[in-house]
Write a protein that binds this ligand. Structure first.
Ligand code: GLU
Length: 415
C-alpha cells in the first residue's frame, strides 16, 4: 500500500499540470480546495435491535461546468481525504470527456459484506435523508462506486422521491432499467476501459488482439473490462481479487469466471486456472496491466518489477505520482483513470439526459455514443500529451483544466 494519501496525490498531479500549462494562478488556488464537504452521522437500527452510528461524507468538489457528479462508496477504508480526492478526480474526469458536470463523491465507513440487506437499506436511506438538502438532479447526482450498485441507487431514488412527493429518476444514475436506468450503464465502465485500451494500442501502432492482459480486481469494472477485452481478442492471463490470484497462460474463460463469482462471491477456487499470490499480479510478464480496485497500489515498492507496456487505470488513483515518474521514464504508457474509467460517468450522463427527456434509448445507441466519445477523448489526451511532451495523465489533466479555465474566464467569480 502507498504511504502517500489520495489527497496528496491529486494535489501533486494538479500542481504539476498547472505549472506546465501555466494555468491561471487564481484558478489553481480555487481548484486546490473542494467547494463543500459534508460529514454526517448515520444512526441505523441493526438487526439485533441495537443502534449503530456510521459516518458518511459527501464532497462537492467543483461545479463550474455543471452539477456535481460522482459515486458513493461503502467501504471500511473510507476517509474524508479519500472522498475529497475522488471528488477532485471526478471533476477532471467529467471535463476530459467534456460532459456538463462538475465533480463530487460520497462514502460511508462500513463493511457492507458484514451487513444484512435490511441493515444496508436502512443505512442507505438514512444517509440519503441526511444529505438530501444538497442532492438533486440539477445539484448533485450520485452513482454507484465500490460496493454500491443498482439496489443502492434504487433506495436513494426512492427516499428522495418520497420526500419530494413525486418520482425523480434524475437524482441518481446507475439505477435498474425498470426505474429509469439506462441500457448499457452496468457494463459501461468496463466496456469503456476496453475501448480506451484498444484506441491507445492502435495509436501506438499496436493491436490489442493477442495481448496478454492481467487485471487486479474482479468487481463490476474489472470483470466487464476482462469480458470486453477478451471480445476484442486480448488474452486475460491473470486476475486477482481480495481472495487471491489466478493465472492461465492460455487465457482465462472470463464468462465462466463471472458465473463462478456470481455463485461464490470471490475468484478463489475457480478450477480452470492456477492459483497465484494476489500481489504477484503486478509483476507478471504481460503486455497490459489493469488495476481495477482501489487507490495507491502501484508505488515505488513494486513499480520496478512491472513488465507490462500498458497500464490502463480502471480504478481511481491506483498509481502514485512517484511511480508515475518511473513508468514514464521507462516508456510505459499509463492511461490515467480520468480517461480510462470514464465510460461509467459518460453513460451516467446519458442516463441523466434520458431521465430529463423521459425518452429511453436503445442499447445500440448508448454503446455507439460511448465508443465514439471515448475513442475521440483518447486521441485528444494522447495528442495533448505529445504537444507538451508529458505523460498521458498530465496530458489528460491539461485537457481538463483548459476546459475548466475556459468556463471560469467566461463566467468569472461571484460576487
Ligand atoms: N463511481 C464512478 C466513477 O468513479 C461513476 C460515477 C458516476 O457515474 O457518476 O467514475
Amino acid at each position: 500500500m502507498s504511504t502517500i494519501s489520495p489527497k496528496e496525490m491529486y494535489l501533486k498531479q494538479l500542481e504539476r499540470a498547472a505549472k506546465i500549462m501555466q494555468l491561471d494562478e487564481d484558478l489553481l488556488e480555487i481548484l486546490k480546495q473542494p467547494k463543500r464537504v459534508v460529514r454526517v452521522s448515520i444512526p441505523v437500527k441493526m438487526d439485533n435491535g441495537k443502534i449503530k452510528v456510521f459516518t458518511g461524507y459527501r464532497c462537492q468538489y467543483n461545479d463550474f461546468r455543471g452539477p456535481f457528479k460522482g459515486g458513493i462508496r461503502f467501504h471500511p477504508g473510507v476517509t474524508e481525504d479519500e472522498v475529497v480526492a475522488l471528488a477532485a478526480w471526478m471533476t477532471w474526469k467529467c471535463a476530459v470527456i467534456d460532459i456538463p458536470f462538475g465533480g463530487g463523491k460520497g462514502g460511508v465507513i462500513c463493511d457492507p459484506r458484514e451487513l444484512s440487506e435490511g441493515e444496508l437499506q436502512r443505512l442507505t436511506r438514512r444517509f440519503t435523508y441526511t444529505i438530501m438538502p444538497i442532492l438533486g438532479p440539477s445539484i448533485d447526482i450520485p452513482a454507484p462506486d465500490v460496493f454500491t450498485g443498482e439496489k443502492t441507487m434504487a433506495w436513494i431514488m426512492d427516499t428522495y422521491s418520497a420526500f419530494k412527493g413525486y418520482s425523480e429518476p434524475g437524482v441518481v444514475t446507475g439505477k435498474a432499467r425498470s426505474i429509469g436506468g439506462s441500457k448499457g450503464r452496468r457494463e459501461a465502465t468496463g466496456r469503456g476501459v476496453s475501448i480506451v485500451a484498444d484506441e491507445t494500442a492502435k495509436y501506438f501502432g499496436e493491436k490489442i488482439e493477442g495481448m496478454r492482459v492481467a487485471i487486479q480486481g474482479f468487481g463490476n469494472v474489472g470483470s466487464h473490462a476482462a469480458l470486453f477485452i477478451s471480445k476484442l481478442g486480448g488474452k486475460i492471463v491473470a486476475v486477482s481479487d481480495v481472495s487471491g490470484g489466478l493465472y492461465n497462460k492460455d487465457g482465462i474463460d472470463v464468462k465462466a469466471l463471472m458465473d463462478y463469482v456470481k455463485k461464490n462471491k470471490v475468484i478463489n477456487g475457480f478450477p480452470w486456472a492456477k492459483e497465484i499470490d494476489g500481489d504477484k499480479i503486478f509483476e507478471l510478464d504481460v503486455d497490459m496491466l489493469i488495476p481495477a480496485a482501489l487507490e495507491g497500489v502501484i508505488t515505488l515498492d513494486n513499480v520496478d518489477r512491472i513488465k507490462a507496456r500498458y497500464i490502463i487505470e480502471g480504478a481511481n488513483g491506483p498509481t502514485t505520482p512517484e511511480a508515475d515518474e518511473v513508468l514514464f521514464k521507462k516508456g510505459i504508457h499509463v492511461v490515467p483513470d480520468i480517461l480510462a474509467n470514464s465510460g461509467g460517468v459518460l453513460v451516467s450522463y446519458f442516463e441523466w439526459v434520458q431521465s430529463k427527456l423521459g425518452f429511453w434509448w436503445e442499447e445500440e445507441e448508448v454503446n455507439d455514443r460511448l465508443e465514439r466519445k471515448l475513442r475521440n477523448a483518447t486521441r485528444e489526451v494522447i495528442n495533448m500529451a505529445h504537444e507538451y511532451d508529458v505523460d498521458l495523465r498530465t496530458g489528460a489533466m491539461i485537457l481538463a483544466l483548459r476546459r475548466i479555465e475556459e468556463v471560469y474566464k467566461e463566467r468569472e467569480l461571484f460576487p
